[in-house]
Design a protein around this ligand. Structure first.
Ligand code: ADP
Ligand code: MG
Length: 628
């Protein structure tokens, strides 16, 4: 715990037993599989069905004449027989327009329809028209029901994870799906961040971590920076159309060849299913056999681990190349990482583990089940958000948000990597005499010119009284909430006329666009990384000194003269270091001062808790406990 993290009496987030009949859970809403977990006293656990199965396949079947769709394992079996009634991999379509469908990757069985309004995707499932939000809502409803059954409590709050590259539209769609399922989203957390939390990396050493996530149909690699308990996603990459399903397909093709080729369309799914079982068996065994029976012919096949490895080697190589590219983009060498985390069922495959180990030159963290790690991290975060905790997890704005100004230039209002939630305002004025309206164009991106960035929304502030140019005062406020959703409002100071827009873009960014924008932003960021790091270190130092001075003024009596002298000595050493250009020296002096002040912080904490408990602010404390 840092010296700064002392809560004022009445604000102390004391852990308490919690409402006994309600629980908040963590949900990994995956492309292939979804899971729900709950954490009690910092120990997260997956919620399983009666057979001990924690996984709910993200598959929804709409049977004819049945209003309630079927979700999970049962739907997977229907998928093998009547694929046209079943929706799988719907996550790829969240927040996407019909124009994006070609680029979402993977294999979509359903007919895509337009919603007839904003060009959003609708699916035609055996004649029934459903939206991706509704389908995800069904998966979430199933997870919620499972949690309620297992816990015997009402479950109406959750932390839900989303890929780091999910844009505003996809995040909004995820929230909407939760609402349909009767779940209040406490926060959307990035999947790699959740995995890092499950490993407790937020409690440990600061540094850079790579998260390698190979699921069923997608590969994501992220670079996280941990600093003072705050994770930043520095870079993301991967391949939206590469995963364990491709391993299945490669093996299935080989099996069909072994039989001498030729297969009816209806027999493909069962062969794929057999290939998947063989693949999973080979994770433990060196060899496995399987029987195929179709086209009035039965054949038996033996697959060895070595043979399977040879089949998938080119696919694994693609993930390694993508991971290298992300490191390169961020200007980080594999040796600079503090750790590597494996996520996703396909990282069980031994060849994948071996290649990842070789790339990073170290054993990845893999003690936690890679299928479960994201949900477990989400559960920890749900617990922290509902009962209070001394770890404060912040996400950041991934791309800068700003406004178009004169000459097509961008004025950044919220720079990238600003922790959220955040609200920032900036004042503008009119540039023409008698101007009564102002067009406001909200953009996202790092580049200097409007056309190089992404347009998020446009709106007009009308009703400005006619004045000479430069006389009106228009305050534009950008607010990003804890889920990363943006609201922009504009208000004229004299008249109070106001206009606002909630930014929910109709179309999502394609993965290529996102990668390109992040790459551009990283290139900019690298140019002045040294100056920025020094500036940040100085800011940290200054904040610590200010907090310490304030604390000494209130609770200085807790210290002996010697202890006080030690703190003052460390403080002036830090002040000296801050006048120089040596970042390492500033960081070291900050840490030394923190260490010198730690006993003081602990004593203050004790005193504050005692004050809080002895009734100074009991009424407020109680109302907090009830609210929690
Ligand atoms: P997603 O994040 O896309 O929802 P998951 O992380 O649940 O997906 O990964 C699902 C993939 O993991 C499937 O392709 C599945 O076959 C694969 N998988 C699960 N268990 C094993 C195993 N023991 N060996 C190899 N692959 C596995
Ligand atoms: Mg996943």
């Amino acid at each position: 715990m840092m010296l700064l993290d002392i809560y004022e009496p009445g604000e102390t987030p004391l852990p308490h037993a919690g409402d006994s009949d309600r629980a908040a859970v963590g949900i990994d809403l995956g492309t292939t599989n979804s899971l729900v977990a709950v954490s009690v006293n910092g120990r997260p656990e997956i919620l399983r069905d009666a057979l001990g199965d924690g996984i709910v396949p993200s598959v929804v079947a709409y049977l004819e004449g049945d209003d309630e769709p079927v979700v999970g394992r049962v739907a997977t079996r229907i998928l093998e027989q009547e694929p046209e009634l079943v929706v799988a991999s719907v996550k790829r379509l969240m927040g996407r327009g019909t124009g994006d469908v070609a680029s979402v990757g993977g294999h979509l069985a359903q007919k895509i329809r337009d919603d007839g309004q904003g060009g959003m995707v609708r699916l035609d499932v055996g004649g029934r028209i459903v939206s991706p939000v509704e389908v995800s809502g069904e998966i979430l409803r199933t997870l919620r029901q499972r949690a309620e059954l297992v816990l015997g409590k009402t479950v109406d709050q959750a932390v839900i994870t989303v890929p780091a590259y999910f844009d505003d539209a996809a995040r909004t769609a995820t929230r909407d799906a939760a609402r349909l399922a009767g779940i209040e989203v406490l926060r959307l957390v990035n999947e790699p961040t959740a995995a890092a939390l499950a490993y407790g990396l937020d409690q440990g050493a600061e540094g850079l971590y790579a998260i390698y996530d190979l699921g069923g149909g997608t590969f994501d690699v992220s670079l996280l920076k941990l600093e003072k308990g705050v994770f930043q996603v520095l870079a993301t990459g991967g391949d939206a159309a590469l995963g364990g399903d491709d391993f299945d397909r490669a093996l299935a093709e080989q099996l069909i060849q072994e039989r001498g080729g030729g297969i009816a369309a209806g027999d493909v799914k069962p062969v794929l299913a057999a290939a998947r079982r063989a693949k999973e068996a080979l994770t433990e065994a060196d060899t496995t056999t399987l029987d195929l029976e179709f086209g009035s012919r039965a054949t038996r096949h033996t697959v060895t681990r070595a043979g399977f490895d040879a089949l998938i080697a080119p696919l694994v190589a693609r993930t390694i190349a993508a991971a290298k590219a992300v490191l390169q983009d961020a200007g980080v060498g594999p040796g600079e990482l503090s750790g590597v985390v494996l996520v996703g069922g396909s990282t069980r495959v031994p060849l994948v583990r071996a290649e990842v180990t070789a790339l990073f030159g170290r054993e990845p963290l893999s003690d936690i089940d890679p299928d479960e790690v994201v949900a477990l991290g989400a559960a920890l975060q749900a617990e922290a958000l509902t009962i209070g905790s001394d770890t404060l997890l912040l996400d950041v704005v991934p791309l800068s948000l700003g406004l178009e100004t004169m000459g097509g230039l961008i004025e950044k209002v919220i720079p990238r990597n600003t922790p959220i939630p955040v609200s920032r305002a900036q004042d503008f004025t009119t540039y023409q005499d008698g101007q009564t309206a102002m067009a406001i164009h909200v953009v996202q991106g790092e580049r200097e010119m409007v056309e190089q960035n992404r347009s998020l929304a446009r709106f007009v502030l009308a009703g400005i009284p006619a004045m000479v140019a430069g006389a009106a005062r228009i305050r534009v406020t950008f607010t990003v909430d804890a889920d990363g959703l943006l609201t922009v409002s504009a208000r004229e100071a004299l008249t109070g006329v106001e206009a606002r827009v909630e930014v929910k873009p109709t179309y999502g960014l394609t993965d290529d666009e996102m990668t390109g924008m992040l790459r551009a932003s990283l290139e900019n960021a690298r140019a002045d990384v040294v100056t920025r790091l020094l500036a940040e270190a100085r800011v940290d130092g200054r904040r610590l000194i200010l907090a310490l001075d304030a604390a000494l003024a209130v609770d200085g009596d807790l210290l002996s003269a010697e202890e006080r002298a030690a703190i003052e000595g460390a403080k002036s050493a830090l002040e000296t270091a801050m006048t120089g250009d040596d970042r390492e020296a500033v960081v070291a002096a900050t840490e030394a001062l923190e260490a010198a002040g730690r006993p003081f912080a602990e004593r203050r904490m004790d005193r504050n808790i005692r004050r809080a408990l002895s009734g100074v602010d009991v009424s407020r404390l109680e109302s907090r406990l009830q609210a929690g």
